[in-house]
Structure formats: C-alpha cells, structure tokens
Design a protein around this ligand. Structure first.
Ligand code: GLY
Length: 404
C-alpha cells in the first residue's frame, strides 16, 4: 500500500478504536453472559436447546433443530471472553449433547450445528472425541452436493425441486475446515464450487441476493428464484444479505480465492448505505414499515393470526451477523477506505446492540442476551423475539472486536 494512504488509514483506525472502546463494554457483557447462560442452562434438558422467548416464556427446541450448535457456541465465546472455567465446563456439557448430530440432521445445516459446538471444542481442547463428529458431518454435507447443479442441496422440502438458500454459504466452513483437518481436498473443492455457483445465480444487479434458488437436478438449470422468509421474491431479506456477507468473507479467508473477496465487497457496497442511520437492520430492507404478517410472496401461504407483542420490526440477528462479518472483512480487504467503513459500521451496530433497547438485563428473557430479532416474518413465526443465533453471532462479533 502507498505510504501516504497507509499512515492516515492507521491513524484513522486508531482514532476510531479509541473513540469506540469505551462504548462497547465487552467485559461487562461477558459477565452478563456468564449469568444468562447459567440461568438458561437450568431450563435445559439433555434433549433440548434454547429457541426463543415468546409471550413471557422460554421456548425450547430439540437437538435435531438447525440451531442446536448455537447455545454451545455462546457458552464457548462466553468462556473465551470471560476466562471463567465454569463456562468451559458448561460449553463441554452442552457440546456433548450433539456429538451425534450428523445422524440426526437430514439437511444442509450441519455447519451451523457442528462448527460452534464440536468445532470449537476441538480447537479449545484438542480432544480427539470431537473428530468423529466433524468428519461424519463433513461427509454428510458433501454427500448433498451434485456436480450437475454445482451446489449442495439445502432442504429436502417437497415444495421445491432442488432448493439452495443463501444461508447454505455458512455451512461451507465445515467443509473447508474438515478438508484441512482430514486431508480430503475434495471437500474444499465442493465448497468452492458451491460458492461460485451461488455467486453466479443468487445475486442481482444491485448486489443484493435472493433467498432461494430452485434448480433442476437433471441439467442444473434454474426453475425459480424466490424468497421464503423475506417480504417478496425481489426484496432484500436482511438475514439473507448477512449470510451472504459473512459467507463470502469466510470463503476468502478459508481459500484465498480473490473472487470471493470481491463478492463480499460487493455485498458490503449494497449494505453500507442501507445501514446508514439504522445500524440494526429491519427484517427486510424493502418491507414497508407497516408490513403485516402474511405479507409478501411467501410460498408457504399467508399467515393470518396476530403476532403477540411484536412491535419492533428489526432483526437483531441480522445485525449481529453483519457486525461479525464486517469486522472480518475489514481485516481482509485490500481497500483501506472500505476497511474503515466496515469497521465503523460494525462498531455502530455493536454499540446499538449493547444499548438498553436490545441488550437483556440480568435475569431477563430466560437467559438470552439480545431482544428484537425476527425469524420468519411472513409466516408470523418468531417475530420480535430473542433468537439463539442472534446471541451467538453477537458474542462472536465481540470476540472479533476484542481481538482487533
Ligand atoms: N437458516 C435460517 C434462517 O436464517 O432463518
């Protein structure tokens, strides 16, 4: 880099950090998380994990659910941020509940389930106990790839033919990681091919992306591009954009392939202006403020019932994923100006999430950390609630922030 550009960039970054450090109380949140996780664990059994908190009650999910890895992952980040040995024990206990996850799954979400739990446990302990889980899960995920479509099939849902959702980018880290760990180059090749096919088919001219692309498995042609969880087929569902930003940034980190970095930068170029003045995104960037549940073009049919207590149309989970991804992209991009914008955005989002509106007080919301996320708005499901993946990516973003 040109020295005349480099010195002001470093000075600007240092100034930015100095001005924001005090606004993001990482240590206090780590302490809060120790207490919230301890409270949460009291409500869990061997077969359950947190799902959300709705109508004053904690809602649990069974261990087959796609989000099973996130509570163990929150425990791991809480341990790493707090240094509290009791949290390590909790993380080990929660991870142990899903060691056989690949036998239970039947879909593409294995990366979400395994990397924050067994992946983290392996990195922290080096215990070979976790290797079988990582290998089995990678093998099963790779088995969902077709060389005809060039992508991994996301769901076995009979409403679609060969559906691939943008979320699937997140699961690729399991393949690249396991490829190195077990020396299976084919798994990395599958991840790269999936990402390149997604790059070609999921994105629009303005660099936003579709939620779902349905393929013809016979010849790889595209049947339809659409939404399921967004407002409309052509709208920008916020969490989908977050998965894209995170997924392509991660794929560049994992492979060094420059086209993945370029794609992540394009997603950032779409998102940064949209987040100006609204650091925690709405659930869909294109949904009208008064969008009613059942709106949009959800193929599962319109939801007609009320959403009790849903008065905030934000998605803190999308904000948390974006903050974590922006921090990583800032450290990888070769563009100093973009890096500064990504860092600034991440810190603004984190600062908002650490504020009273979003952050739980001790003992609140069943042991979750963040309020105001949206799971599936058009279906009227999990609207304006805490969600386990919001907490996970929030803690990851704080960890990345602390290690800047
Ligand atoms: N993968 C599901 C979601 O983002 O809601």
């Amino acid at each position: 880099m040109n020295l005349r550009l480099f010195i002001p960039a470093i000075a600007g970054f240092a100034g930015l950090l100095a001005s924001c450090r005090c606004d993001i109380p990482v240590d206090k949140i780590a302490e809060l998380s120790v207490k919230q996780c301890t409270l949460m664990e009291q409500s869990l059994t061997e077969d359950t994990f947190p799902r959300n908190f709705q109508n004053g009650e904690l809602v649990l999910a069974n261990t087959h659910w796609w989000c099973s890895g996130f509570f163990p992952g929150v425990c791991w980040y809480t341990y790493k941020l707090s240094g509290d040995e009791a949290m390590k024990e909790m993380a080990l206990r929660q991870t142990a509940k899903i060691l056989d996850v690949s036998l239970l799954s039947g879909d593409h979400d294995l990366g979400f389930e395994v990397m924050p739990s067994s992946g983290e446990a392996w990195k922290e302990t080096g215990d070979s106990l976790y290797l079988k889980t990582l290998r089995d899960a990678a093998e099963e995920l790779a088995g969902r790839f077709s060389p005809v479509t060039g992508v991994i099939k996301s769901w076995n849902n009979p409403k679609f033919t060969y559906p691939v959702i943008i979320d699937n980018m997140m699961n690729l880290e399991l393949l690249t990681y396991a490829s190195r760990l077990f020396d299976v180059p084919e798994w990395k090749e599958i991840a790269i091919t999936h990402a390149r096919t997604t790059m070609r088919n999921h994105f629009r001219e303005d660099n936003s992306c579709y939620h779902l692309v349905d393929y013809n498995p016979e010849d790889g042609s595209i049947i339809r591009k659409q939404t399921v969880q967004g407002f409309a087929d052509e709208s920008a569902w916020a969490r989908g954009q977050a998965w894209a930003l995170y997924g392509f940034t991660m794929m560049f980190r994992e492979t060094g392939e420059e086209d993945f970095l370029a794609q992540a930068e394009k997603v950032a170029a779409f998102l940064l202006p949209r987040l100006e003045g609204r650091p925690v995104p709405p659930w869909d960037f294109d949904a009208p403020e008064d969008a009613a549940p059942g709106c949009g073009t959800n193929p599962e049919g319109p939801f007609t019932g009320p959403v009790a207590g849903a008065d905030v149309q934000d998605d803190a989970s999308a904000g948390a994923v974006m903050a974590s991804a922006f921090l990583e992209l800032a450290g990888l991009t070769h563009d100093a100006a973009l890096a500064a914008r990504c860092r600034k955005q991440a810190l603004e989002t984190l600062k908002a999430l650490c504020g009273e509106k979003y952050l739980a007080a001790e003992g609140e919301i069943g042991g979750f950390l963040l309020k105001h996320s949206t799971g599936h708005y058009p279906k009227g499901s999990e609207v304006d609630v805490p969600l386990t993946y919001a907490d996970y990516y929030f803690m990851e973003a704080l960890w990345r922030y602390k290690n800047l």
